[in-house]
Write a protein that binds this ligand. Sequence first.
Ligand code: FES
Length: 258
Amino acid sequence: MYQEMSYGIAIQTDSNLFQGMYINAESPTISLRTATDGDRNFLIVVGMDHRVGAKIDLENAYDNLESVAKSLYQDARVLYRWNTQDCITLDKIPYIGDFSKTMKNIYVATGYKEWGMTTSNVAANIISDKILGKKNKYEKIFTSTRINPIKNRWEFGEMLKETTNSLIINKFKIPQDKLNDVGLDEGKIIELDGHKVGVYQDQDGNVFAINPICSHLGCELSWNNLDKTWDCPCHGSRFDYRGRWLYDPAIDDLKFLE
Ligand code: FES
């Protein structure tokens, strides 16, 4: 599996909100739905997905969602914004069922591909039927012990390429940037005294330096300027600009450099 990040905003408007849930067919994916909290009504706009750690410009993720909201409601006011990650399997179908062929009574449900509210219910049905010894007609579709990455050659190739680059090739590349090339409120991997260093300089000129190698299995990290985090393209771990752990599968902080 690999990880994808999505962004969300909740907006308020003085107009009456539509009812229902909508998703577009184009890329990037945008979905719209309404939510209620007491007597407050919100429009929730979600989308702008990308692979965690992808070297892309993330700056406009929230702005794009806001423009979608404003195209529907000119007085849209953004109250909340957030992002989240999801696991994606190579054939895009969740893994639900036995954790392994050799470990009895241990089950797994993952890889929901951003459809967790619906597929977690499918998982609950399949796994409770397995526990009760009942046959479930959907069980086979989601078999978690299947191994068929070749079914999606493009995705499999992309994943291999990303992992090889992050784990091996990028590590031998000497960064072109030096400390002076890092602007205010910017993060980069730079060369410093013959070492590769991940540096973030805040708005006030304070510099925070880390070893840009993921503490999980050693892939090279990417800077995420939207959240001021170091993100791992291999399995989605994230760390703040001081190298403090935020998201697993890593469990340790990065090395903070004085
Ligand atoms: S190497 Fe696995 S999350 Fe970074």
